[in-house]
Design a protein around this ligand. Structure first.
Ligand code: NAP
Ligand code: ZN
Length: 341
């Protein structure tokens, strides 16, 4: 089979690999679609630890082709989405139910061969069924949506709450939809790209703000702003120093700032503890997708969360290396790799 491998940091290659055989509790899945995520680029650049040589790709959906002898409940022909993050189940964090913080966490597409290939091996506990009627491209959004669900779960958004989302990439545009679904009646997205702002308005944002045309904090949380004093919940989904610094300033008294964005390791930001204290702002980090993948699959399968307009490009395996190695353009949201293309 063909697989797009990270052979070493800085070197991606489309190579021929032996088609894997599912053992024990494993499924052999024919990949239909796999999303390219910022993490793939970090892995390529060596900014994130991985275990090369390894096939990248952790946002995948596909059809079960064969199953190991211990598999129950999955049969060839079923469509699945894979939760790539495999917790050990035995360490202190797993025992506390904090599986995303597992000391022995391994990810498909980072530590084991992933979805930028014709086939991928998925342990059955990591697989969730998707309907055959679903566009498989949409199935590739379950993993990022599951991460966003965890972020929303860490808040106490209620019907009538207000939210600000910073960054109109896939994560921000999914969080906008989840915040509305959770009941927020005001959801403001801050992002620079005009097309993304227009799209967000069709996906449920009640207002959008361009951070490059004036002070977004004043426009939103200022006395004459859209939400004077700030929002109940702010989601940082841009992963930049300036937006992390902005996030608590957009958060209202007693509110919560959720940090979803990944900043380069070692980078420091300036936060004002006095302000956090006197307005009792909680800053909470949200990492991965503990127990949220199945709900993400249900939200995608039911069409409750809309992902079609988030697809910028569909490419074949042969073009994947180029797409990972080069940063996406500002208007681009998600590129999907389909081995069949
Ligand atoms: P992305 O496409 O890079 O989205 C970030 C967006 O931020 C960009 O599209 C950009 O859009 C916008 N932006 C840039 N400067 C801005 C500014 N000054 N103010 C407001 N928006 C700005 O990435 P993504 O896939 O959506 O992921 C977002 C972040 O979440 C990344 O850091 C990613 O690593 C992280 N992530 C975290 C988890 C987790 O478990 N916590 C899971 C997945 C991803 P414009 O050009 O329109 O400004
Ligand atoms: Zn563990």
């Amino acid at each position: 089979m063909k697989a797009m491998m990270l052979e070493e940091v800085g070197k991606l290659a489309l190579i021929e690999l032996e088609k894997p055989v599912p053992l024990g509790d494993e499924l052999l899945v024919r990949v239909e679609a796999c999303g390219i995520c910022g993490t793939d680029r970090h892995l390529y650049l060596g900014e994130f630890p991985s275990r090369p040589p390894v096939t990248l790709g952790h946002e995948f959906a596909g059809i079960v082709e064969a199953v190991g002898r211990d598999v129950k409940g999955f049969t060839p022909g079923m469509r699945i989405t894979g939760d790539p993050n495999i917790a050990c189940g035995r360490c202190p964090q797993c025992h506390r139910g904090r599986v995303n913080l597992c000391h022995n966490l391994q990810a498909i597409g980072i530590h084991r061969n992933g979805g930028f290939a014709e086939y991928v091996i998925v342990p059955q506990k990591q697989a969730f069924e998707l309907p055959l009627s679903l566009d498989p491209m949409h199935g590739a959004f379950c993993e990022p949506l599951a991460c966003c669900l965890h972020g929303v779960d860490l808040t106490d958004i209620k019907p009538g709450s207000s939210a600000v989302v910073i960054g109109g990439g896939v994560i921000g545009l999914l969080v906008v939809q989840l915040a509305r679904l959770a009941g927020a009646t005001t959801v403001i997205l801050i992002t620079r790209n005009e097309a993304k702002r227009r799209l967000a308005e069709t996906l449920g944002a009640t207002a959008t703000v361009d951070p490059s045309s004036g002070d977004a904090v004043a426009k939103i949380a200022g006395i004459d702003g859209i939400l004077p004093g700030g929002a109940d919940v702010v989601f940082e989904c841009a992963g930049l120093k300036e937006t992390v610094e902005q996030a608590p300033r957009l958060t209202g008294r007693g509110g919560v700032t959720i940090i979803l964005g990944v900043l380069p390791s070692g980078l420091k930001t300036e936060i004002e503890p006095f302000d956090l204290l006197f307005r009792e702002i909680r800053m909470v980090a949200s990492f991965l997708n503990p127990f949220t993948h199945k709900r993400a699959a249900q939200l995608i399968a039911s069409g409750t969360i809309v992902v079609e307009p988030l697809i910028s490009r569909r490419i074949g395996l042969g073009e994947a290396a180029e797409a990972i190695a080069h940063p996406a353009g500002s208007g681009e949201i998600r590129t999907l790799v389909a081995p069949g293309l």
